[in-house]
Design a protein around this ligand. Structure first.
Ligand code: CA
Ligand code: CA
Ligand code: CA
Ligand code: CA
Length: 498
């Protein structure tokens, strides 16, 4: 390419329509689109859901990278072979194993669909889970950790047919942390009857727990549900009835929260549709006196938009050390996306730790961090350690990723029910071998010897409780576990949160 051609292109700010290739080869009733990096190679892939009444398959295109950036249509996976009446999709790493999993919502009284990413570019359809058990008119869904336990929970909105079904309840599913979900059936977010479209998990009052905003159509008011986790220690919701954002009527299809005036609280824009004559709505947030942090994550080895990155931070709010989590997603709610991560921090005056888990596997840790700022974190700026890459592994031996990961030991959160206070490390031995399984900290110091003995053929495993060799709890951070078994050596990384 000549320099002249480059200049011409950049000065005109023009686009070229790509009219050939896999991405533009499919007709159909496409409804939702997500950029995601499903195989964690640093290149954004594309997922499209399609949903007419008779149903169609979804489409997944793998980005094959430069210089041509061609896409390959993925076939032969249940994710793209199920014929379904789908609307949107939400991708989130529900099992914290480092890859994004796909939740696809469907209409017309069908069950929603969930596909677990196997980490090797393939997917397993999950058919036995509370989140695929309900039949309804689902419009959209959003992942968010509303109980601050480190695991993504899920909210699903349902609309319904005004001429047939009437308005519907929405679904709230709490992640149990062991790959299962509990359906929450009590409380206004699970029992209110509306024609709902959009949902946002949003800490609108900056108190350290994410609240729920739901946009409703058919000239119904929108809903705002305040999370009472901070106030009462339980993640239940109080329905807000006296705010302009919930008394304004309108036929709302989608909404976006963003801090347009950079004063630390999230403001709201609502898009309305009915008969094309309703005005859109805009609400400025009058909150003051609460701390906050906004993170702009910039991928280097991972995709530049940081889609798929998990941002966790720990701060002392109301006398308690609290971890919060935000995930950068290519689509959340209905027709929406926000690449900035906003954290409410209540009365906190400083943030102990900000930790970014990138899709590449790199983990950046910043500590301490000042509150009330927009912080750009570039991948690799403060890495804890880079996972050791092993090559030419002897066949038959295998070291699995620990589960759950991350996990918490019982030092700080002894009372949380359903919390995993240990993590399980499993490995496969093709023959009887002497096994050494050792935990190291990010500085390479030995922390704990879990196994040092002969073991027999088959799957073996050991549970780690987050304590060192003298049975003290070790601090939050990245740890490595290394196995030496016969000729086999491999190291993997895990994350402990305290
Ligand atoms: Ca996953
Ligand atoms: Ca959770
Ligand atoms: Ca809140
Ligand atoms: Ca604001």
């Amino acid at each position: 390419m000549t320099l002249l051609a480059l200049v011409e292109r950049s000065s005109s700010q023009d686009f070229t329509a790509i009219t050939t290739g896999a991405l533009v080869d499919d007709a159909g009733a496409a409804r939702g689109v997500s950029w995601i990096d499903f195989n964690n190679d640093g290149l954004l892939d594309l997922f499209v859901t399609r949903g007419p009444r008779q149903g169609q398959t979804a489409l997944l295109f793998r980005n094959d990278g430069g210089p041509n950036f061609a896409f390959t249509k993925i076939t032969g996976s249940p994710l793209v072979s199920d014929v379904a009446r789908s609307d949107g999709s939400s991708w989130g790493d529900y099992d914290n194993d480092g890859d994004p999993d796909a939740y696809v919502v469907t209409w017309y009284g069908d069950r929603n669909l969930f596909y677990e990413n196997n980490g090797n570019g393939t997917f397993t359809k999950i058919t036995a889970s509370a989140i695929v058990n309900d039949n309804d008119f689902s419009e959209t869904s959003a992942w968010g950790d509303y109980d601050n336990d480190g695991h993504l929970d899920l909210y699903v909105t349902n609309s319904g047919d005004p001429n047939a079904t009437g308005p519907q309840r929405n679904f709230l599913y709490r992640n149990n942390g062991n790959k299962s979900f509990a359906k929450i059936t009590g409380g206004a977010p699970a029992t209110d009857l509306f024609y709902s479209r959009r949902v946002n998990w949003v800490d609108y009052d900056d108190d350290g727990d994410i609240d729920l905003f739901v946009a409703n159509e058919e000239n119904q008011n929108n809903n705002l549900y305040k999370n009472l986790l901070k106030e009462g220690g339980n993640a239940t919701f109080d329905k807000i009835t006296n705010s302009a954002v919930v008394t304004d009527g309108g036929s709302s299809w989608t909404a976006s929260w963003g801090d347009y005036d950079n004063d630390g609280d999230l403001d709201l824009f609502v898009a309305r549709t009915l008969n094309e004559n309703q005005k859109n709505a805009f609400y400025t947030n009058n909150l003051s006196g609460k701390s906050w942090l906004q993170v702009r994550a910039a991928g280097v080895q991972s995709n530049k938009s940081a889609i798929g990155a998990k941002i966790r931070l720990k701060a002392n709010i109301g006398g308690k050390a609290i971890w919060q989590r935000r995930d950068i997603a290519g689509q959340e709610g209905y027709c929406g996306q926000n690449l900035l991560a906003h954290f409410g921090l209540g009365e906190a005056t400083v943030i102990d730790t900000v930790l970014v888990q990138w899709p590449s596997g790199i983990v950046d840790v910043l500590a301490p961090v000042n509150v009330n700022q927009i912080l750009t974190i570039t991948e690799g700026m403060n890495p804890t350690a880079v996972e050791q890459k092993e090559t030419a592994l002897p066949s038959g031996y295998r070291l699995q990723q620990n589960y759950p990961n991350p996990f918490r030991s019982a030092a700080i959160f002894p009372a949380l029910s359903g919390e995993n206070h240990s993590t399980r490390i499993e490995y496969v031995l093709p023959r009887a071998s002497h096994v050494r399984l050792i935990i190291y900290n990010a500085a390479g110091q030995e922390i704990r010897t879990l196994v040092d003995q002969m073991q027999s053929t088959g799957t073996q495993g050991k549970t780690w409780d987050g304590k060192n060799n003298v049975h003290e709890h070790v601090p939050s951070g990245v740890y490595f576990y290394r196995i030496v078994a016969g000729p086999f050596r491999q190291t993997r990384k895990m994350l402990l949160l305290q």
